[in-house]
Ligand binder design. Structure first.
Ligand code: ZN
Ligand code: ZN
Length: 366
């Protein structure tokens, strides 16, 4: 069938919106009409040539839509269901069997390397094959083929056009706090970088009952949003993110928890330096250029260091929970979204890079 999709080509800095063909879903697949899709930093990284993603490719991994068709072996999902698509996992390895799909042994093949190239979900344009299955979905398109494993059925009481962001960026930030770090009520947490992931972490820290939530960023306008969403303190960092001393001025004993969402090594170093004894440092993305950690400090202060993929989220449990919190008014992630039409996708990428939009979401029907 015909689809309209944004294609990333080797050496081209912008996405190209084109008409492609996508194969019918296989017996274990579902066909989803994408209603809207969020823009995540990993899309931008892959567009720039990172993550080992083969090109040409259709990116997009925060799709939300309506199930149009299901393969004959699919159970538990029906046409008409509203679904949020999320990262893919195999369901069979030790991590998946143990309830930790974010640490699946097949993560790279299923999410980045198009391990299902040639199967349904691969796109074609004439005789040319175009890679798909990015995060098991490739949802920068008006249709996507996914599997029940990475499609979460959600309530029709929530606005589907904004829910896609829960599938990656928002669950990464909120889950890092709520599932992984699990700060105690009354504790303090410093969150480095309050883009969409960091703001989601702020919301998660509010849910957990943290008394002090310290937002750190280089952009004053993002700190303002963080304060509106529940941050109790804001630290404007210089380009070197030298903020540990600023945090310690307010909290001489240090923070109980620190989370880095930036991947900048200096942010990680300041996050660790801002910790109280027995504090825990979490990070949600690979530090660019490496992060040197002083293990003597880790030892003498009794610190913990925790890498956190996808917020440790079990999507079929965590995403419906976040939606319940949103409906109850306790998780207002909609406040940092900016709506665009799909045709404005390159503008949205530029706006996010320039700090004009925190988290773009594209409506496919627009
Ligand atoms: Zn697995
Ligand atoms: Zn993402």
């Amino acid at each position: 069938m015909k689809v309209r999709a944004a294609v990333a080509y080797e050496g081209q800095p912008e996405l190209s919106i084109e008409d492609l063909e996508i194969g019918d879903p296989g017996p274990d697949d579902i066909l989803v009409r994408i209603v809207a899709c969020g823009l995540c930093h990993t899309d931008v990284k892959a567009l720039a040539g990172g993550m080992g993603v083969p090109k040409p490719v259709v990116l997009g991994h925060e799709g939300a839509g309506i199930v149009e068709r299901v393969g004959e072996r699919v159970t538990g999902i029906n046409p008409g269901d509203h679904v949020v698509l999320t990262y893919d996992s195999c369901g069979a390895c030790r991590a998946c069997a143990g309830g930790d799909p974010a640490y699946c042994a097949q993560t790279a093949a299923l999410n980045f390397a198009d391990g299902r190239f040639g199967e349904p979900g691969t796109f074609t344009r004439g005789s040319e094959r175009i890679h798909g299955h990015f995060f098991g979905q490739s949802s920068f398109a008006n249709y996507a083929i996914a599997k029940p494993r990475n499609a979460v059925v959600v309530t029709k009481d929530a606005p589907l056009e904004i829910l896609g962001v829960l599938g990656c960026g928002v669950q990464t930030g909120a889950g890092a706090v709520m599932n992984a770090l699990q700060p105690e009520p009354g504790s303090s947490i410093a969150i480095f970088g309050v883009g969409p992931v960091g703001l989601s972490a702020v919301l998660g820290a509010v849910i957990r009952g943290c008394s002090q939530i310290i937002a750190v960023d280089v952009l004053p306008q993002r700190l303002e949003i963080a304060k509106k969403l529940g941050a109790t303190h804001a630290v404007l960092a210089g380009r070197d993110m030298n903020s540990a001393s600023a945090i310690r001025r307010n909290f001489p004993g240090g923070a109980n928890y620190a989370l880095d969402t930036t991947g900048r090594p200096e942010a990680g170093q300041h996050a660790i330096a801002a910790l109280a004894p027995k504090g825990c440092f979490g990070f949600v993305t690979i530090p660019t250029g490496g992060l040197q950690i002083n293990m003597q400090t880790v030892f003498l202060q009794g610190l913990s260091v925790r890498g956190i993929v996808q917020g440790d989220s079990v999507p079929h449990v965590f995403i419906p929970y976040l939606i319940d919190l949103f409906i109850a008014g306790r998780f207002p992630f909609d406040r940092f979204l900016t709506r665009y039409n799909f045709s404005q996708i390159n503008q949205a990428i530029a706006d996010q890079a320039a700090g004009k939009a925190v988290k773009p979401v594209f409506g496919m029907a627009d």
